[in-house]
Design a protein around this ligand. Structure first.
Ligand SMILES: [Zn+2]
Length: 133
């Protein structure tokens, strides 16, 4: 994570791509041939905040998703795998920043299902249906 810490919040996409040695995706290139970090970074808007704001398709709930390894996957989980490491089975990738569109690996942490629920409750997202007036 030390390399990531050296990125200033205002770092632009070019600098981040350079850091990870990825090139801009060329049109017409097969998706499967484009490395995962490039696929992720090409659809991120940098510079507004420290968050890496995903600009690609989402699942209707604010979580970005793309087809990778032949199936639909959440981009924040893919970002964790691309920039941090593999996700142990059964673990959840959670947001420190509470921004579902964010895929900044510094804002992601591994938690259990229990952690996820506690996090939701702490942030006031865990509202049961019918509870709102
Ligand atoms: Zn964030």
């Amino acid at each position: 994570m030390s390399e990531l810490n050296s990125i200033a919040p205002e770092a632009d996409a070019t600098a981040v791509r350079a850091l990870f040695g990825v090139k801009r995706e060329r049109s017409g290139m097969q998706h499967s041939l484009v490395p995962l970090p490039a696929r992720l970074l090409n659809r991120v808007a940098f510079g507004m905040t420290e968050c890496w704001h995903w600009m690609g398709p989402d699942n209707g709930k604010g979580y970005g998703r793309i087809t990778y390894e032949g199936r639909m996957q959440m981009v924040h989980r893919l970002s964790y795998r691309a920039f941090v490491g593999e996700i142990p089975e059964g673990m959840y990738v959670l947001h420190r920043c509470d921004n579902r569109a964010c895929i900044n690996p510094e804002h992601l942490w591994l938690g259990t299902y229990h952690d996820n629920m506690q996090d939701c409750i702490a942030k006031g997202r865990h509202v049961k249906r019918g509870q709102k007036k």
